[in-house]
Design a protein around this ligand. Structure first.
Ligand code: COA
Length: 156
């Protein structure tokens, strides 16, 4: 079975990495799909996010990295994905995730969404908070991999 793990990953954090590693143990292939929404202002370009995530997972045979725009269901159909993986950090994520999964189900009934509960050590993490702390020179070493620490240093 092929799983797609979509997100902005601006930048990827240890919380995302935990979800990807766990999903890769359960599925034949996990495609990390980076959303490139033209209306959004990202800190890292689509190519930068692709390079960073490729660097992290380069030694994994069943993890692929790609970027997409448009609807997730169209992309899932295009790559032949059976399942969408999403991580749930807290109850606050639940409503939004529920709404998205229901919408996707209406658009593509055969595509299932499966939720993995984020490890509790990552439940407070978010990409925006990492960026904020990094922008003030705070220590983000325990929240993101080294490649992201270095890339954030270059940005700020
Ligand atoms: N650990 C740490 N942080 C996590 C996390 C985890 N396991 N899971 C999510 N997050 C954080 C992210 O860091 C991000 O933080 P931020 O808001 O501070 O940047 C936030 O949760 C949400 O990010 P993400 O998981 O990347 O989702 P998203 O909301 O950016 O993107 C898509 C969601 C890509 C799935 C959705 O927008 C989509 O499918 N878009 C395509 C268009 C489409 O089909 N629309 C119709 C959908 S019904």
């Amino acid at each position: 079975m092929i799983a797609v793990y979509p997100g902005s990953f601006d930048p990827i954090t240890n919380g995302h990495i935990d979800i990807i590693n766990r999903a890769a143990k359960k599925f034949d292939k996990v495609v990390v799909a980076i959303l490139n929404n033209k209306d959004k202002n990202y800190l890292f370009s689509s190519q930068e996010r692709l390079d960073i995530i490729n660097e992290i997972f380069k030694s994994y045979d069943n993890i692929e990295v790609d970027s997409f725009d448009g609807l997730l269901v169209d992309y899932a159909k295009y790559i032949g994905a059976d399942v969408v993986i999403r991580g749930l950090r807290a109850m606050t994520d639940f409503e939004y995730e529920m709404q998205m999964s229901m919408f996707n189900k209406k658009l593509m009934p055969e595509l299932e969404t499966m939720f993995l509960v984020t490890g509790d050590e990552f439940s407070f993490l978010s990409s925006s908070l990492v960026k904020e702390v990094a922008s003030y020179g705070g220590d983000i070493k325990s929240f993101v991999p080294k490649v992201v620490v270095n890339r954030l240093k270059d940005k700020f």
